[in-house]
Unconditional design. Sequence first.
Length: 347
Amino acid sequence: MAMNYDAFLLVSFGGPERTEDVLPFLENVLRGRNVPRERLLAVAEHYYHFGGKSPINDQNRTLMAALKAEFDASGIGLPIYWGNRNWHPMLADTLRQMKADGVKRALAFATSAYSSYSSCRQYRENIAAAQAAAGEGAPQVDKLRVFHNHPLWVEANIEQVRASLHRISAERRVAARIAYTAHSIPLSMADSCNYQKQLVEVARMVSTALDRASDPLVFQSRSGPASQPWLGPDILDHLRTIRAEGATDVVIAPIGFVSDHMEVLYDLDTEAAKLCRDLGLNLQRAATAGTHPKFVRMIRALVAERMTDSLERQAVGIYAANPDVCLIDCCPAPARPATPLASQAST
């Protein structure tokens, strides 16, 4: 049913903007979970490697600017707000501002394309907690649907992977490998959601559009204890395997992520790139959707869907479009919810 909305809310993971923010940010992500101090300090080094600043906030500012232009050109007169789960601007503060501005009902876009506890349901829980913190009169917030199989999301990723393939010489391109990557999550979480199968389907659609046989999905950025099983294989192990098989060129395509944030810059552009240099493997890393025009158009299309009853919910591939409103029991929290440390959990 179409609703009257008076604002758009961008909801993201958040990240530090300066060195002194790093440890408070990571402690906020963990929220009292029992993670060894040495693990927290090790992840902090990822941020210190880039001067203590995560790229994610600037990426969200750029996305908001692109969305404002897209909304203005399309006649969508919604003011754009931004709130993060884990660092400033915090969701609760943003909802307090929206309340003060007289916003009654908003559409929220979470920077995560797939279905899992960390990448979907937890966003809804964070929004609800922020509404409670904002108090009586806080705006109603409706989260836009999961968009893994929206045609414009898939097309944006196809174009990014194609561009990377074409940076490999024509005579070597046919033998080049593609490794699709996403944030690993615990098997206990993966078993209760559609995260992995959605990723496999997006990888299949991208490779099919590029006239390739099936290319593998691998995982990165796991942060749990060794005793806890997580989705694999790991990207670094995969790179060693394909080099041993004789591969000379590889495109890493981080289709599990919306933007080139810390997991992409550190785990791929730093760690995986170093391994490829050591192995003698030519690496081309595909860009994420970021502010690709088709991705920006997709967000506008998702907003338009919810503002009218007449628009079809677009989807490609073997799965139907996700519902506007998630089922009450979808993507349940694990018995002991895992927080992928300092990540967007594939956003």
